[in-house]
Design a protein around this ligand. Structure first.
Ligand code: PLP
Length: 389
């Protein structure tokens, strides 16, 4: 069983995708143009945000956000260590310094208490990452940003369609960056991303920077780059967008099945331990747990881009091998926290972020894609039960 099977999803959309493809081909518009504009309007409407700017990837969405608010050399930007590389890589590419903070061990989000400790006079922004499809504790992070006058760029690459207290993830901070990398909930057909904002000035700068900082044509008040999404991509994504709520609902159904079945296994517990970090109110009463299951915070509509367990007692790799031998693919998101990556050694020095390090050592993600059958889910559960008995 694969971790993700895109062919199943795309097969059911074949007619719509074929129609979108030929419509875009026949239009002759391949750079920006009507498909892009319509896709951006549809995304803005879906997300309830003023401006949606399509871009070449989720990585470029983060980079463009940083460029739009003028982050550069001498600035510091705080980001979590336990995330995909792009979150911090983009900061370094602007010439600014990524400052790594720890995560909440329950929701995997940025820990507001730890963020506050790392704020310096050079700090300009924070990048909360809505990891695995669940929004960070944005109320606390927003309060922190107001108190210290910091920009918030939400890395919502894994959270298109998630919401927090009724507001879409990615639309709370100054900017939200989404990815349509094929493994995301709204998976595209190659690389693509989206940048959103409710701020008209930010939006205008981002649109100009997306085309080399050019306005009007061949005149460059700013230095930008080529961050455009292909019109063909937009046409295909438009065919998928209306199905996103159903995809997310199916992922949630799969997560609920895993949660109820896996909790029956001796030694399994919800990962609601030790959330002293972001004060989300849950305490650890299960120190003997062998497997911790992902926990969704109340008021937080989790879209389950990943279903990520923690396997305790140094058994994570054995767990993976056991499932692999039964034909079940798993993945480790992410095996090495960013503050321990070779490329950041010079800027980080000695730094200990215990929750990030533990997560990297214990985490494993199971297949959760929307088209999984009940039989397949049951097979995964049976294999996990066999591992623990
Ligand atoms: C996927 C991802 C990105 C980058 O998106 P791309 O479209 O692959 O460039 C950034 N941050 C996180 C957390 C991601 O999961």
């Amino acid at each position: 069983m694969p971790l993700l099977d895109l062919k199943r999803q795309n097969a059911s959309l074949k007619n719509d995708l074929d129609a979108a493809w030929s419509r875009a081909l026949q239009s002759g518009h391949f750079i920006l143009g009507p498909e892009i504009e319509t896709f951006e309007k549809e995304c803005a409407q879906f997300l309830g945000v003023r401006h949606a700017i399509s871009v070449s990837s989720g990585t470029d969405a983060i980079l463009l956000a940083l460029m739009s608010i003028g982050i550069g050399p001498g600035d510091e930007v705080i980001c979590p260590s336990f995330t995909f590389f792009a979150t911090a890589g983009c900061v370094a590419r602007t010439g600014a310094t990524p400052v790594f903070c720890d995560i909440c061990p329950v929701c995997f989000g940025m820990d507001p208490t730890d963020v506050e400790k790392r704020i310096s006079p050079a700090t300009r922004a924070i990048i909360p990452v809505h990891l695995f499809g669940q929004t960070c504790e944005m109320d606390k992070l927003s309060a922190l940003s107001r108190k210290h006058d910091l920009h918030i760029i939400e890395d919502a690459a894994q959270a298109f369609g998630a919401s927090y207290r009724g507001t879409q993830a990615g639309t709370i901070g100054d900017f939200g960056a989404y990815s349509f990398f094929p493994s995301k909930n709204l998976g595209g057909f190659g690389d693509a991303g989206l940048l959103v904002t409710n701020n008209d000035v930010h939006a205008e700068r981002a649109r100009v920077l997306r085309v080399h900082g050019m306005k009007p044509k061949y005149f460059h008040p700013m230095i930008g780059a080529n961050f455009r999404m292909d019109a063909l991509q937009a046409a295909l994504l438009r065919a998928k967008l209306p199905h996103l709520p159903a995809y997310c609902a199916n992922r949630k159904k799969n997560a609920d099945f895993y949660l109820s079945e896996l909790l029956e296994i001796p030694g399994a517990a919800l990962n609601a331990d030790a959330c002293l970090a972001c004060n989300c109110g849950f305490s650890n009463d299960c120190p003997d747990a062998r497997m911790l299951l992902p926990f969704s915070l109340p008021d937080n509509d989790h879209i389950w881009n990943q279903f990520t367990l923690r396997i305790k007692g140094g058994k994570r790799d054995a767990f993976r091998e056991f499932l692999q031998a039964r034909g079940i693919a798993t993945e480790i998101y992410y095996p090495l926290p960013l503050h321990q990556q070779e490329c950041f050694a010079d800027i980080v020095g000695q730094l200990s972020l215990p929750h990030s390090e533990t997560a990297a050592a214990e985490c494993v993600s199971l297949p959760i894609f929307p088209e999984l059958t009940r039989d397949e889910l049951a097979e995964v559960v049976a294999a996990i039960r066999a591992f623990f008995t």
